[in-house]
Design a protein around this ligand. Sequence first.
Ligand code: HSE
Length: 314
Amino acid sequence: MEIGNKIKVFAPATVANVACGFDILGFAIDKPGDELIMEITAEKGVVIVDIEGDGGVLPRDPFKNSATVAIMDYLNFINADFGCKVWIKKMMPSGSGLGSSAASAVAGVFAINMLCEEKLTRAEMLPFLLNAEKAACDAAIADNVAASLFGGFILVRSYEPLDVLQIPVPEELYCAVINPHIIVLTKDAREILPKEIPLGKSLRQSANVGGIIVGLLRGDYDLIGRSLVDYIAEPYRSSLIPGFYEMKNAAIAAGALGGSISGSGPSVFALCKGKETALKAGDAMKAVMDKMGLGADVYVSKVNSVGPKVLPLG
Ligand code: HSE
């Protein structure tokens, strides 16, 4: 690590919950994602030089921005006698349900770790990312940050202690995600959830978590589809997303295995066998938004197995 060293990185967006896995399942997608440039400085502390693409809404105070909260934790942990400055390029809005704050935080710790010759493992950096999520959304949830950091499809088996498992995904699994141009804050989407779950629902929910994992391991697409049922969040949060059931049903009619709300919404995802079906599912969801006169972006990709990566400085 030398003063003046510079790096540019990308960290992917994520789909959290995946219907049945409230706060415990998530996967990374190829697009969108956030970019971050970092330069090491002789002065201690972290400075945000610029944030592009957020319409001015994200905090420039390094103690409040998810990326810099995570970077500061990292620097404190390694007792750094240096600091850094960062430029952040947002490629998805906050409050989209695509893990926007998580992607920025992952880009931040990934960048500082690369500049520090990968001093820490990804698992060691995860607690910094939970603090960042707490700062950004008032909830230290690991599903988005773990999926973006490790890449692939993850299960948060335990929060205390943190135990994150990666689940292999079958080759032809694709995802279509639609991001309607409205904002749903995670904090608000959590507040509308009931504080207790009846026993019967809890049993059905955990059975589906088992089902999706067996489906992923066996490459059993029908089982994956049958398991995409959410008794905990979707019945409540769907009211925050105009046209939610129309989009979900349109995706299924177009051949998707199933779908639900991405993270805390308003984005909606559909899992599909094959790219062609995913493209059709994305188009079908977009047609619902078009009919309602609502703007929306659609992204189709495989599960992103790489996670964050270094980009050319350019
Ligand atoms: N699992 C979270 C939620 C998403 O649904 O509220 C943000 O990590």
